[in-house]
Ligand binder design. Structure first.
Ligand code: NCD
Length: 319
């Protein structure tokens, strides 16, 4: 793996390998000294043109636990606000000597532009590009499902037959898109439940089935219910009448949550709008993996950085 730009680029074997390496990293993260020398002497730049809390800190923690040096670049407060182009920004950083770029950008496809351009020749990891993709989020979601569903027998396994319901703002969600590709590659089935205004205008978006009634979708007893954040910052129009109406039809409310099977997993990529797309009682229940997702994110990003920066595809053991 040179770059990680899209989960659609991953084969089943590659995806399972990343998750298996992430298991090794999780083992390191459970030790008293959470550190490996694997990327000592390497420099990773976090190039963030869009706001982020958990993803940026998670990548920073991941790189540091592999002993890499980390440079954090936020477009706010940089020369980007003086109009400097992506090319000039990247060439400036490249002149300082860097070995990998983690990029978040508001424009879909920006990490691909960087990976394909000859401005700099280092691995690029997509940390979220516009409404397009967020591959490490999908990998950490798959890792979390695999651990919850297969426990200690997770290594080497996929998610065959697992039924995942993704609810809410699919239209603006790079998380939904990356998950749809990856989950299908791993053998899971994906259904979206969303109002027509918050779905792409195709019959089977990203290969997923669609329900326009959340209660009908929940009655099918999915193994996983993943709620998505309403992405108000990407909405320049009225996509639903008002927040109360949205919650009534599309929220994982306390009463919908109470009707779920006791083994159903509840997921959310964060940040959550509590009370809007998900009730506090659902988010805080032991069936919810919200905090585990964040914890697993560090292990998964360690695996991705390790594989991308060392160019290692085969090695099974990292510790
Ligand atoms: C997601 C994102 O930024 O795409 N958040 C995250 O990385 N955990 C989802 C979101 O913002 O709703």
């Amino acid at each position: 793996m040179k770059h990680l730009l899209s989960t659609a680029d991953l084969s089943r074997a590659e995806a399972i390998h990343i998750l298996d390496v992430a298991e090794e990293m999780a083992e390191v993260n459970s030790r008293e000294v959470r550190k490996l020398p694997a990327l000592r002497g390497k420099t990773v730049v976090n190039l963030f043109f869009e706001d982020s809390t958990r993803t940026r800190i998670s990548f920073e923690a991941a790189a540091k636990r592999l002993s890499a040096d980390v440079l954090n670049f936020a477009a706010k407060g940089s020369s980007v606000s003086k109009g400097e182009s992506l090319k000039d920004t990247v060439q400036t950083l490249g002149a300082m000597g860097i070995d990998g770029i983690v990029m978040r950008h508001g424009a879909s496809g920006a990490p691909r532009v960087l990976a394909d351009a000859d401005w700099i020749d280092v691995p690029v990891v997509n940390a979220g590009d516009g409404t397009h993709e967020h591959p490490t989020q999908a990998l950490l979601d798959a890792f979390t499902m695999r651990r919850r569903l297969h426990g200690d027998a997770s290594r080497g396994r996929a998610l065959d037959g697992v039924r995942v319901l993704i609810v809410g703002d699919v239209l603006h969600s790079r998380v939904a898109r990356s998950n749809a590709w990856l989950l299908r590659t791993l053998g899971a089935s994906v259904t979206f439940a969303a109002p027509p205004t918050l779905l792409p205008a195709t019959s089977a978006p990203f290969g997923a089935a669609v329900h326009h009634d959340l209660d009908v979708a929940l009655a099918e007893d999915p193994d996983v219910v993943m709620t998505l954040r309403i992405q108000q910052e990407r909405m320049n129009d009225a996509f639903f009448p008002n927040p109360r109406e949205y919650t009534r039809h599309w929220g994982l409310t306390a009463s919908r949550f109470a009707r779920l099977d006791e083994r159903t997993l509840i997921m959310h990529p964060g940040p959550m709008n509590r009370g809007l797309e998900i009730a506090g009682v659902a988010a805080d229940d032991p069936r919810s993996t919200v905090v585990e997702q964040v914890e697993n994110g560090v292990s998964v990003r360690m695996a991705v950085l390790y594989l991308a920066l060392t160019g290692d595809q085969q090695k099974e053991t990292v510790a």
